[in-house]
Ligand binder design. Structure first.
Ligand code: DOR
Ligand code: ZN
Length: 347
C-alpha cells in the first residue's frame, strides 16, 4: 500500500468560518491544510456589500494563527435587491470574487436570500459579462417537494432554464449530492463546475438515523441514497476537471445541533483533507487526489495552483471528540474521536 502521497497544497472551494470566537477556534484547522478557501457569506447579517466583505476578510486575517500562510477568497450574498453595480464594483476591486445564491429559506441564514431568480436577472447578466462566478445552493424551497428531491428539481426548474437564458454565466454547483447533479455537471455544455464534500462521499442517508436521530450527520443538502453517494465518488475520483474539493465545513454549537430543531451543518475541518484521502484510497484513486484537491478548483476559478507541496502519510490522524469554542461551548466534528488512516505532514 502507498505510504506517502505528495501533492500540491490544496484549496477548499466552499467553507463556512462564521465570526467571533467560533471563527478563531475553527480557522486553525483549515489554515493547517489549505492555502486558500472560498468563504461563505451567510453571516448574521449576511455579507451583502463589498465593504462588509472587506471587513470580514480583515477579521479572518486578524484571527489567523501566527505565521500562517492562508488566503481567504471572499464572496457576497445575493438578495432580491442587491445592485448589479455593487456586485461589479466589488469584483473589480477584489473585495469579493464570486456571489452566492441561496434560495430564500433553503438553509442556515438564507432568509434574506433570493425569493425568485428572475428578480436578479440584471445582476446575473452583469456577472456573466464580467466573468464572475455564481455559486449556487441548488435546492428548491417548495414545501411540496420532498427534501430528498430538492436538488434534482432545482436542476430542472431553476438551473437549466437559467443557463439557457444566460449561456455564458459561470456557475459552481456547490455540494452536489445526487446522481442527477453529477450527470448535469458532466453533460452541460455550459461553464459549470461542482464542489463535493467529504461527508457526502462517506455517508448516505442511513447515517442520519442510525440507531436514533443523529444531528451531527444532518446537513443541507441532506445526504441521499447509497446510489447517489457512489455517483459522487465516481465523479470525484474520475479526474474530470469540473469536480473539485469543497468541504462545506459548517460548524454549529453543540446545543444548536442537539436541539428539538437542530441546525443543518457538518463540521469537517479537523481532518478535512485526510477524509478525502481516505475516500480516494478506498477507491484506489490516490493518483487522482491532486487534480480534485489542488488543480481543478484553481483552473475553474482562473487562478494558478499553489506551488507548495504537502504530504500525507498513512500513520493516522485523531479527530478531536469536541472543539471548544468558548467557556462551556463546543462543536462536534465529523468522525469525532475516530482515527483516520492518513495524516498530514508539511511539504
Ligand atoms: O448544512 C448546511 N450548513 N448547509 C448549508 O447550506 C449551510 C450550512 C451552514 O451555514 O450551516
Ligand atoms: Zn455551505
Amino acid at each position: 500500500m502507498t505510504a506517502v502521497v505528495t501533492i500540491r497544497r490544496p484549496d477548499d472551494w466552499h467553507l463556512h468560518l462564521r465570526d467571533g470566537t467560533m471563527l478563531s477556534n475553527v480557522l486553525p484547522y483549515t489554515v493547517e491544510r489549505f492555502a486558500r478557501a472560498i468563504i461563505m457569506p451567510n453571516l448574521v447579517p449576511p455579507v451583502t456589500t463589498a465593504g462588509a466583505a472587506r471587513a470580514y476578510r480583515d477579521r479572518i486575517l486578524a484571527a489567523m494563527p501566527r505565521g500562517a500562510d492562508f488566503t481567504p477568497l471572499m464572496t457576497g450574498y445575493l438578495t432580491d435587491t442587491i445592485e448589479a453595480e455593487e456586485v461589479a464594483r466589488g469584483f473589480k476591486s477584489g473585495a469579493w470574487i464570486a456571489m452566492k445564491l441561496y434560495p430564500a429559506g433553503a438553509t442556515t441564514n438564507s432568509h434574506a436570500g433570493v425569493t425568485d431568480i428572475r428578480k436578479i436577472d440584471r445582476v446575473l447578466t452583469t456577472m456573466a459579462e464580467i466573468g464572475m462566478p455564481l455559486l449556487v445552493h441548488g435546492e428548491v424551497v417548495d414545501p411540496d417537494v420532498d427534501v430528498f428531491d430538492r436538488e434534482a428539481v432545482f436542476l430542472d426548474r431553476i438551473l437549466a432554464p437559467l443557463l439557457d437564458r444566460m449561456p455564458t454565466l459561470r456557475v459552481v454547483f456547490e455540494h452536489v449530492t445526487t446522481a442527477e447533479g453529477v450527470e448535469f455537471v458532466i453533460n452541460t455544455p455550459h461553464q459549470v463546475g461542482a464542489t463535493i464534500t467529504a461527508h457526502h462521499l462517506m455517508i448516505n442517508r442511513n447515517a442520519i438515523f442510525q440507531g436514533g436521530i443523529r444531528p451531527h450527520m444532518y446537513c443541507l443538502p441532506i445526504a441521499k441514497r447509497e446510489r447517489h453517494r457512489l455517483a459522487l465518488r465516481r465523479a470525484a475520483t474520475s479526474g474530470n476537471p469540473r469536480f473539485f474539493l469543497g468541504t462545506d465545513s459548517a460548524p454549529h454549537r453543540l446545543r444548536d445541533k442537539e436541539n428539538a430543531c437542530g441546525c443543518a451543518g457538518i463540521f469537517n475541518a479537523p481532518g478535512a483533507l485526510e477524509l478525502y484521502a481516505e475516500v480516494f484510497d478506498e477507491d484506489n484513486a490516490l493518483d487522482a487526489l491532486e487534480a480534485f484537491a489542488s488543480l481543478n478548483g484553481p483552473a475553474f476559478y482562473r487562478m494558478p495552483p499553489n506551488e507548495q507541496r504537502i504530504s500525507l502519510v498513512n500513520s493516522g490522524t485523531r479527530i478531536p471528540a469536541a472543539v471548544a469554542i468558548e467557556e462551556g461551548e463546543a462543536v462536534i466534528p465529523f468522525r469525532a474521536g475516530e482515527t483516520l488512516r492518513w495524516r498530514l505532514v508539511a511539504g
